[in-house]
Design a protein around this ligand. Structure first.
Ligand code: ADP
Ligand code: MG
Length: 699
C-alpha cells in the first residue's frame, strides 16, 4: 500500500483538470488529503424518510422522500424555461422544479423508477414543491451508510454539478483499500488519549456508522488541528525566548518606594499587586519581557503601568507609554505627570501636534537622558525619536497597534538590548484565544475592579420609549452629572451617519436647552476635536454627542449616563468598550441601548447579553461564539491569521488545553522532533507550516 494522500485530485475518476481547478479555487482543496479534510457540516440520517402527507408548516428543511416521478413537463422557452415533474411517494404529491440542465435531467431520470429525493420543500398555494433536489437511487454505494454527509459548498461548485453526493463518492474512492494514511500524532499520545487512528477517524467522519464513532472521530481531528497549531506556537515562542536577551531590572529603588509610600492615592487591588509581581519577575529574568496585560475598562491598568515604569527608572532606564489617540495620550500624560512629578520624575508628551521647537527639545532630552518618561502617540515610533537607554515600552490599547509597530520600538536603542514590552488592552480576549493568538506573549489579567464601583445598569429601549429615556437623562443632569450620547459611524455610510449625528445633536440641544452640549466626530479637525473633548472633560459641557471616537480610554468619572443610538449596529465587544466610559466614579451609572422597534430576534438576543452582564469576559466569549474568532476586534491585527477547519476556539477550549499540554510535553522530550517516534509528526508540522504563517516574522 502506498500513501497517496498528497496525490493530485485528477487521479480520481470524475475529476478532470477543470473540476480540480474549481475545487482548488473554491475550497482550497488540492490533494486527496485536502479533500479528506474537507469536513461535513452536517449529517442526515439516511434511514429517515419523511412522508409528503406528513409535511407541515410553510417549509420543510432538509427532508428525504422516497417515491416515483409520475410526469415531466417543460414550461416556457429559452433562458426562461424550466422543467417540472410530479413526484409521488404514495401518501401525497409534490412538484419538483429545475431551472438548469433541463435536457440532461430529463434524460437521466425515468418514470416509475424508485428514487430518493433530498432537499428543502416549500409550500406555494397549498402545494409542496422542491427546487433542484439531490437525487439518489436507493441502492447507490452511499446508501449503505447510516448517515449521509452534507458538505459546505459554494454556488459555483453547485452550478458545476458538484454536490454532497459526488463529494462522498470521491472520498469513498480515496478511503478504499488502496489507501494508507500515516499516523501523525505520536502513538504514545494516541494511546493516552484513547483516540482512533487518523485513517479510522477520517473514515468515520465522512461515513459514520453511529454517533459514537462520529463523535470520537471529530474529537480526534479537532485535537490534531489544535495540537499542530500549538506545536508551532510553542516552538516559535521557545526559539524567540532563547534568542532575546533583555535588561535586568534588579533594583527596586527610591522612585518606586517613595511613590508607593507617599504618592499612591489609594490601596492597590490584589490583582494589581499580583500583576506587578509577575512583571517584576519578567524584567529580572535576563530575557526580554513580552507581556500582555488584560484588564477590563476601569480596572486600573494605568497605575500598574506607572509603577512598572518607576522600576525601570530605578534601574537607570527610560520608559515610554504609547497610546492610540492624541486625546488618550494627553490624558495619560496629565494623570502620570501629576503622580510622577511628586517623585521628581521628568516626563513629557510627544504627539503629532507637538510644535517643532518643543519636539526638537524632547528629541535631545531623550537622547541625552534628561527625560525619563515620554508619553505619546505614533509619533514615538518615528525614526527621529532615539533614546539614551530605553528599558521599557508600554503600549496602551493594543488593538490599534500592529505587530510591525511593536517591533519598531525594539530598535530604539542602538546596538543595545531591546526594551521590555508591556501591551495593555481592555479588549478581553478569552483565555482560549489568548493562548492561541498571543502564544508569544505571556498574559497577565487584572480580574478585579477597584473597590466601591457599582456595576453599570444597562437597559434596552426602543424608539417609541425615547421620551422616557430623555426624562431619566434629565434627572441625572439635574443631579449635576454628565452624559455621553453615542452614534455609530460606519464607513460605507459615512454621510448618512454624520447626518444622524448632527440631527441628534440638534435634538438634544432642543430638548435640554439649559445644558451645554459638546460634539465630536472623526471628520473634525484635530484641534476642534480636542477642544470639544476638553469642554466635556473639564465639566463645562454637560452632554457629549459623539461617534465611537470616544471608545478608548477617556476618563470622566462624573459622566454617569451613556445612551448608545442604533445599538443594533455595534458589535458586542465594541458596546462593552463604550459602556466602560461610564461607571468610573462612585455613583450609579446607566447605559441605555437604543434600538429601532423592529429588530431581528437574534439581534435582540445579542443586545440582551449586554443587559444581563457587565463582565467583559462573558461579553467577549459570547461575541466570539456569535461572530467567530476571525471577527474579534484585535485578533486580525495581531498578525496571526489561521484558519481552523474543524476545531472552534469558542467551544473547544478543553481540547485546546489538552492539545497544548501534549504539545509542550512532546517538545520537552524532543525539542527538534528528531526521534523516530516523531518522524511523521515533524513531516506533518512542516507541511502544515508551508501554507500557514511564518512565525519568525512576528515580533
Ligand atoms: P483602565 O484599566 O481602564 O486603564 P484606569 O487606569 O484608567 O483604568 O483606572 C480607572 C480609574 O480607577 C482611575 O480613575 C484610577 O485612578 C482609579 N483606580 C485605579 N486603581 C485603583 C485602586 N486600586 N483603587 C481605587 N481606584 C483606582
Ligand atoms: Mg486605560
Amino acid at each position: 500500500m502506498r500513501d497517496f494522500s498528497h496525490l493530485n485530485l485528477t487521479y480520481i475518476k470524475g475529476i478532470g483538470p477543470k473540476r480540480a481547478e474549481l475545487l482548488k479555487k473554491e475550497l482550497g482543496v488540492e490533494t486527496a488529503l485536502d479533500l479528506l479534510m474537507h469536513y461535513p457540516v452536517n449529517y442526515l440520517d439516511r434511514t429517515q424518510i419523511t412522508h409528503i402527507a406528513n409535511f407541515y408548516g410553510e417549509e420543510m428543511n432538509s427532508v428525504q422522500i422516497k417515491g416515483r416521478f409520475i410526469s415531466f413537463n417543460t414550461v416556457g422557452e429559452g433562458a426562461k424555461s424550466r422543467l417540472t415533474a410530479i413526484f409521488s411517494d404514495g401518501t401525497a404529491l409534490l412538484e419538483v422544479v429545475w431551472f438548469r440542465k433541463i435536457k440532461e435531467i430529463r434524460k437521466i431520470y425515468d418514470l416509475n423508477k424508485e428514487y430518493i429525493l433530498f432537499g428543502s420543500a416549500k409550500k406555494f398555494h397549498q402545494k409542496w414543491s422542491i427546487i433542484h433536489p439531490e437525487i439518489d437511487v436507493p441502492d447507490a454505494v452511499t446508501a449503505q451508510q447510516g448517515f449521509r454527509s452534507v458538505y459546505p459548498l459554494t454556488e459555483k461548485l453547485r452550478n458545476a454539478g458538484i454536490n454532497s453526493r459526488i463529494l462522498m463518492k470521491w472520498i469513498s474512492v480515496i478511503i478504499s483499500e488502496k489507501f494508507e494514511l500515516p499516523e501523525v500524532i505520536p502513538l504514545r499520545i494516541l494511546k493516552k488519549r484513547n483516540f482512533p487512528s487518523r485513517a479510522q477517524a477520517l473514515k468515520d467522519i465522512h461515513f459514520p456508522t453511529n454517533k459514537d464513532a462520529l463523535n470520537r472521530a471529530r474529537e480526534r481531528m479537532k485535537y490534531e488541528e489544535l495540537y499542530f497549531l500549538q506545536l508551532d506556537i510553542i516552538k516559535y515562542t521557545q526559539t524567540r525566548n532563547k534568542d532575546l536577551k533583555g535588561y535586568r531590572f534588579v533594583r527596586i529603588g527610591e522612585y518606586f518606594n517613595n511613590f508607593y509610600r507617599i504618592a499612591l492615592p489609594f490601596q492597590l487591588t490584589e490583582a494589581q499587586k499580583r500583576v506587578i509581581r509577575e512583571i517584576r519577575q519578567d524584567v529580572n529574568s535576563g530575557r526580554q519581557m513580552n507581556r500582555l496585560l488584560q484588564g477590563d475598562v476601569g480596572s486600573g491598568k494605568t497605575m500598574v503601568a506607572l509603577m512598572v515604569m518607576l522600576i525601570a527608572l530605578d534601574n537607570g532606564f527610560q520608559a515610554c507609554l504609547m497610546a492610540p489617540t492624541e486625546i488618550l495620550a494627553q490624558q495619560h500624560f496629565e494623570t502620570l505627570k501629576e503622580l510622577a512629578s511628586q517623585c521628581g520624575v521628568t516626563i513629557a508628551l510627544l504627539t503629532g501636534s507637538t510644535r517643532k521647537k518643543e519636539r526638537e527639545e524632547i528629541h535631545d532630552k531623550l537622547l541625552n537622558g534628561d527625560l525619563q518618561i515620554i508619553v505619546g502617540t505614533h509619533a514615538l515610533i518615528e525614526d527621529t525619536v532615539q533614546f539614551k537607554q530605553l528599558g521599557l515600552a508600554i503600549i496602551d490599547e493594543q488593538h490599534r497597534f500592529g505587530v510591525v509597530q511593536r517591533a519598531k520600538l525594539w530598535k530604539k536603542n542602538h546596538g543595545q538590548l531591546p526594551p521590555h514590552v508591556l501591551v495593555m488592552t481592555a479588549t478581553p480576549i478569552p483565555r482560549t484565544l489568548a493562548m492561541t493568538v498571543y502564544g508569544d506573549l505571556e498574559v497577565s489579567v487584572i480580574d478585579e475592579l477597584p473597590p466601591g464601583r457599582k456595576p453599570i445598569e444597562t437597559v434596552l429601549r426602543y424608539e417609541n420609549q425615547r421620551n422616557q429615556v430623555y426624562a431619566s437623562l434629565g434627572r441625572e443632569l439635574a443631579k449635576g452629572r454628565q452624559a455621553y450620547i453615542v452614534y455609530p459611524l460606519i464607513e460605507e455610510n459615512e454621510k448618512l451617519d454624520l447626518k444622524s449625528l448632527e440631527e441628534g445633536y440638534e435634538l438634544i440641544k432642543d430638548t435640554f436647552p439649559h445644558y451645554k452640549v459638546a460634539m465630536v466626530h472623526g471628520r473634525m479637525k484635530q484641534a476642534e476635536k480636542d477642544w470639544q473633548m476638553q469642554l466635556f472633560a473639564s465639566g463645562q459641557a454637560n452632554i457629549l454627542v459623539a461617534t465611537t471616537v470616544i471608545e478608548v480610554g477617556v476618563n470622566v468619572p462624573n459622566a454617569t449616563t451613556m445612551i448608545i443610538e442604533n445599538a443594533e449596529r455595534f458589535g458586542l465587544s465594541q458596546l462593552h468598550q463604550l459602556r466602560g466610559r461610564v461607571g468610573r466614579g462612585g455613583d450609579q451609572s446607566h447605559c441605555i441601548l437604543m434600538s429601532k422597534i423592529k429588530i431581528a430576534k437574534e439581534t435582540r438576543k445579542r443586545l440582551e447579553i449586554m443587559t444581563s452582564t457587565t463582565d467583559g469576559f462573558v461579553v467577549a466569549e459570547a461575541d466570539l461564539k456569535l461572530r467567530g474568532p476571525g471577527d474579534l476586534e484585535g485578533t486580525m491585527q495581531s498578525g496571526i491569521a489561521f484558519d481552523l477547519k474543524i476545531a472552534s476556539l469558542a467551544t473547544d477550549g478543553q481540547i485546546l488545553q489538552i492539545a497544548r499540554d501534549d504539545a509542550k510535553d512532546t517538545l520537552d522530550r524532543d525539542p527538534e522532533l528528531i526521534l523516530t517516534e516523531h518522524i511523521e509528526t515533524k513531516k506533518e508540522l512542516l507541511s502544515r507550516n508551508n501554507n500557514s504563517i511564518d512565525f519568525s516574522r512576528i515580533s
